[in-house]
Write a protein that binds this ligand. Structure first.
Ligand code: HAM
Length: 422
């Protein structure tokens, strides 16, 4: 019986893995250059950790199960909640801020399509313990800087502020749960559903109109003025903090962004600045990064600990690089193939291969092939050098080295193979 992969998952061949590892390395280096340190958490967590403050969308797409002892568990759909749990368990007493990054697989039972998978990888950072606008600014700048370093040519950064909404909704008499429902609908940009949901909240006609106007506010810094005008009777404290964040962001060096008050994010834990980055060439699944400021630690039994962060959808970044035709290094080829000829010299060949491997990559013919067949293999696999272990040469402590590109052959002392293959 032949088995296929579970729907929404992928296999990665060595060539693809080499490219993924290369891009992964670039991302890691940028994260580390800002002082972030890597963590690893379990692939599955307690179900309740994942469902607390995660949002309806995430809850609807969970892979969850009971283990043999009846514990309710879930495969992680994202890494902010696991990171916050780890912080409460392990890092609470360390100085702040804690700067953490991760590069891990996540699982969401979504309808698979190009750029949307049931198993996908997130590369993200969490900056824990600072409520300062410079922290918000730094993470947005870091996300943009990562895309720069990767050579992504076209991307759009949209920055919004959920705190402005939450304050407004609170003052309109809508409690946190109602706010979360509305945010989820705004995130999906479903205008009809939003009208229905607003009608159910009993919000006044006037406030409803203000809210709808706010959601549609998008553009340069001048929309802050319009927002201020809209919110003048509700308090503009949040807007002031937002302006400060944007100001600092420009000091970091990021000026090319759009303010978009329609950004609500699909997760319940966000509290103020939020942002998303899209790469338009990706089409329907163009969002490659999402993040913002949030509060989760309190809900996990730690004290109030303001945090912010973001996560890249790594697979979408790989797709975007492919679409833009970016050349990425493929797998380093094996440098040398050692062939015993005749095959009775296998043991000598093994010892020679072990020596070569101290300096460079080396395979030995494992198929017991004749010399010409083994040479064909080296040719097909683009292995640039073949070391032929033959009886005559071995008597003099030598082998024959063939350069597969030029066809040149030379006898070389075993101790000097290193120089001959470069
Ligand atoms: P998120 O927006 O749900 O945020 O996911 C972050 C990124 O993961 C998305 O922008 C997208 O690129 C990628 N992604 C999500 N679902 C899929 C999928 N099914 N297939 C492929 N890629 C996908 C979070 O997860 C937050 N934890 C981000 C965060 C960190 N906020 C603060 N800190």
């Amino acid at each position: 019986m032949q088995f296929t992969r579970p729907r929404g998952t992928r296999d990665f061949l060595p060539e693809e893995m080499a490219k993924r590892r290369y891009v992964e390395d670039v991302i890691r280096k940028v994260f580390e250059s800002f002082g972030y340190g890597e963590i690893q958490t379990p692939t599955f967590e307690k179900l309740e950790l994942i469902t607390t403050k995660s949002g309806e969308d995430i809850r609807n797409h969970l892979y969850h199960f009971e283990d043999k002892s009846g514990r309710k568990l879930a495969l992680r759909p994202e890494l902010s909640a696991p990171t916050m749990r780890l912080y409460v368990n392990e890092l609470r007493i360390r100085p702040k801020p804690r700067k953490i990054y991760y590069f891990e697989n996540c699982f969401r039972y979504e309808r698979p399509q190009a750029g949307r998978y049931r198993e996908f990888w997130q590369a993200g950072v969490e900056l824990i313990g600072s409520d300062k606008p410079e922290s918000d600014a730094e993470i947005i700048y870091l996300a943009a800087q990562t895309l720069q370093e990767l050579g992504i040519k076209e991307y759009e950064i949209n920055i919004g502020h959920i705190g402005v909404f939450r304050k407004f909704l609170e003052k309109s008499g809508i409690k946190e749960e109602g706010q979360n429902t509305l945010m989820g609908i705004i995130d999906k940009a479903d205008k009809e559903a939003l009208q229905d949901a607003l009608n159910q909240t009993g919000i006044s006609k006037e406030n409803k109109e203000t809210l709808l106007k706010l959601i549609n506010l998008t553009g340069t810094k001048k929309v802050l003025k319009e927002a201020e005008e809209l919110l003048k009777d509700f308090g503009t404290e949040e807007l002031k903090k937002f302006a400060e964040t944007l100001d600092l962001l420009e000091t970091f060096g990021l000026k090319d962004y759009t303010i978009n008050f329609g950004i609500a994010r699909g997760l319940d834990y966000y509290t103020s600045t939020v942002f998303e980055i899209a790469i338009p060439t990706l089409g329907a699944q163009k969002q490659v990064c999402g993040g913002g400021r949030y509060e989760l630690i309190q809900a996990f039994g730690g004290g109030q600990t303001p945090s912010c962060g973001f996560a890249f959808g790594f697979d979408r970044i790989m797709l975007a690089l492919e679409i833009q035709g970016q050349k990425l290094p493929t797998k380093e080829k094996t440098k040398v193939l050692v062939i015993p000829a005749p095959k009775e010299l296998l043991k000598d060949a093994i010892k020679i291969a072990n020596k070569i491997r101290q300096h460079t990559s080396c395979e030995i013919d494992l198929m017991g092939r004749k010399l010409d067949k083994a040479m064909n293999y080296a040719n097909n696999e683009n292995i640039p050098y073949v070391v032929i272990v033959g009886e005559e040469e071995l008597k003099d402590g030598k082998v024959v080295i063939k350069n597969m590109k030029t066809g040149e052959q030379q006898k070389t002392k075993i101790g000097e193979i290193k120089n001959a293959v470069g």
